[in-house]
Design a protein around this ligand. Sequence first.
Ligand SMILES: [Zn+2]
Length: 456
Amino acid sequence: MKIYDTLSREKKEFIPLEGRRVKLFVCGPTVYDYSHIGHARTYVFFDTMASYLRYRGYHVFYLQNITDIDDKIINRGRNEGRDPLDISMEYTIRYFEDMASLRIDSVNIYAPATYYMDRIIDQILRLEKMGFAYETEDGVYFNVLMFKDYGKLSHQSLDTIRAGARVEVNENKRHPADFALWKKRKEGEPYWESPWGDGRPGWHIEDTAITEYYFGPQYDIHGGGSDLIFPHHECEIAQMESVSGKKPMVNYWMHTGLLTIKQERMGKSMGNVINIRDILEKFEPELLRFFLLSSHYRSPVDFSYEKMEEIRQSWEKIVIAFRKISKMEKESNGRFINEIRRFKGMLIDSMDDDFNTPEAISSIQAFVNFVNKNMEEMGGEDIIESIKFFNEIDSIFKIIPPERVAEEKIIDILLKVRQMAREKKMYDISDYIREKLRENNINIEDIQEGQIWYKK
Ligand SMILES: [Zn+2]
């Protein structure tokens, strides 16, 4: 299996640090608003990746942080006259709801930063003692000149960063690229006690404090959106490799590409932000996953509702083929087993090559065409093998919706049919319906007014 690593800029053979165990960390959201389609892209991809690694026999520990204290959260609290921690609690819940709607279930632990305050303070303290950090009037800063590798992930030097725009201006800092590990308390802000007085952590330190706690100083994969490479991930490397003295902090840096809306950058200032829940009002979550996974995770993706409509037909073709074959029952041998396994091999080859989901989806489509063409001639073994493959596909990609049957409606229809049968004295039919429902734990009782049913 090969994975593209942003740091070395090449596809590398995937070798975990400890046998089949994989330690995976992905940057979670800053919870000050609903999650949008850009979040969906990143989290659907890493969910698919983690599910695939598990399918291939790896034991994945998937960890995600939740940034529940940050300037954006404080600003929103101020604007709405609410406690910022109330805001972050609310949007943490909304985030979990959105992830559940998207069928994202591969994360082992979600770690909100405020739950790890002692770990964060401890890491800053060690950095300070080792001379990597210094205290100023308004906080504690990391001294980038002490870390000669600063810039290695984003492939830039300190000189170009000095000239660049994306660094916070602050006259207390020794170097413009120095970044805050701890921010001292300001009026009206939430705060925690620390050796530097009341305050709150900087953004970058929460990730390394959390990963050090669960994984230690070195682990396998760190993921996130490509907008996080600089300065966020660059700062994480500086913190962790300085405090541990061990390199590299992670072996594979993975970043998802940019998502645009009708070819424009998405942003609040552009007024074109599309939230996950807006899309799911119009489209099935599985169709959204299919859309997102139809592009390679590192390529840019352009989203529009029109494009979702355009791909609907090819998505439905997969779903319908699965529905059809699941209902087939035969007891004969199979003669297509090898062909079916060949499609599975193609899918694995694509996914082993840096998780090439568009290519994997092409092999699923080729498999669906094959099933449609040969369904009638298939024997029992072929059918079982095909259903098994469809189920494996869904366990990784989650693109096949479970049959969301309106159960009560169907039962009411059956009861009506039963009543019609009884009126015509076709008791074999009415008894059949009663028996079959009972087998499924649904009991019918005949009362004077008609029939009632209940689950048992
Ligand atoms: Zn992060």
